[in-house]
Design a protein around this ligand. Structure first.
Ligand code: 13P
Length: 289
């Protein structure tokens, strides 16, 4: 199946009160594990690529070609969107050009007027090509590619102004943070989510920083309009733990255990297990059928 826009899958999720997972990809192992597990569980999926991960994988064109070829060679039938995560204005344009099927323009650190102007322009460009566009309002706490965002809750009035432009989906801070959550984290701000939802109608909302939020809070957010949950750190942590265990058990020194196909296999399986675990919580298993 060819890559698809995230529009239809998110509208269905919003109406059906479940969330589609966005799993960020960092390399071939990641991509393959996520695609195979989502295919097995018949779950639609969004593959997220940050600008940093795009550079690491030698550019957006390489990523798009690799993902398209892999979807085809693995015989993936569930809907797959290839999505730029936290894109800059230039990055968004580069990914449209490279053949991504979904774009996030993160104008949250810009003055609101500039965020609105650039989001509007990119929505129009994406609409022409049938590409979905995620807009962002208000900083999301934590660090992503070296950028630290301090504003953790979005202003509902700004959310309304950006939502009125007609993005496919809207990311807004509700106390969520990228990376690991600090021990003194206060939890998701459901009142803020309710206020945002009241002025954004049926637009699917996006929860960034999905790793480490207690499952009950994620489920509650989904029941209140969140239709996409982003996960990156959790897959990184389970991959690292499984790889460390393999090496600590000396398995890389037995036979040809040093062959990367063997060395990376436990990490790849750990990602598959984590993907399954998250899809169960998000409620998207079987939704591609
Ligand atoms: P985590 O760091 O919590 O996995 O968040 C990922 C994310 O939101 C990517 O945009």
């Amino acid at each position: 199946m060819a890559l698809v826009s995230a529009k239809e899958m998110l509208q269905k999720a919003e109406a059906g009160h479940y969330a589609v997972a966005q799993f960020n990809i960092n390399n071939l192992e990641w991509t393959k594990s996520i695609l195979l597990e989502c295919e097995e569980l018949k779950a639609p999926v969004i593959l997220g690529v940050s600008e940093g991960a795009g550079k690491y994988m030698t550019g957006f064109k390489t990523v798009a070609a690799m993902v398209k070829a892999m979807v085809e060679s693995l015989g993936i039938t569930v809907p797959v969107a290839l999505h730029l995560d936290h894109g800059s204005y230039e990055g968004a344009k580069a990914c449209i050009e490279a053949g991504f099927s979904s774009i996030m323009f993160d104008g949250s650190s810009l003055p609101i007027d500039e965020n609105i102007a650039k989001t509007k322009e990119l929505i129009a460009a994406c609409e022409k090509l049938g590409i979905s566009l995620e807009a962002e309002v208000g900083g999301i706490g934590g660090e992503e590619d070296g950028v630290i965002s301090t504003g953790e809750c979005a202003d509902p009035a700004e959310c309304k102004a950006v939502n009125d432009l007609g993005p496919t989906m809207l990311a807004c801070g509700i106390g969520n943070i990228h990376g690991k959550y600090p021990a003194n984290w206060k939890g998701l701000q459901f009142q803020v989510l309710e206020n945002i939802r009241a002025v954004t109608g049926n637009t699917p909302l996006v929860l960034h920083g999905g790793s480490g939020i207690p499952d009950e809070q994620i489920k509650k957010a989904i029941s209140m309009g969140v239709a996409k949950v982003n996960v990156n750190t959790e897959c990184q942590l389970v991959f690292a733990a499984a790889t460390r265990k393999y090496i600590e058990e000396g398995k890389d020194q037995q036979g040809k255990g040093y062959d990367p196909r063997k060395l990376l296999a436990p990490g790849a399986q750990a990602i598959r297990d984590e993907v399954r675990n998250r899809l169960e919580v998000f409620g998207s298993i079987g939704k591609a059928e």
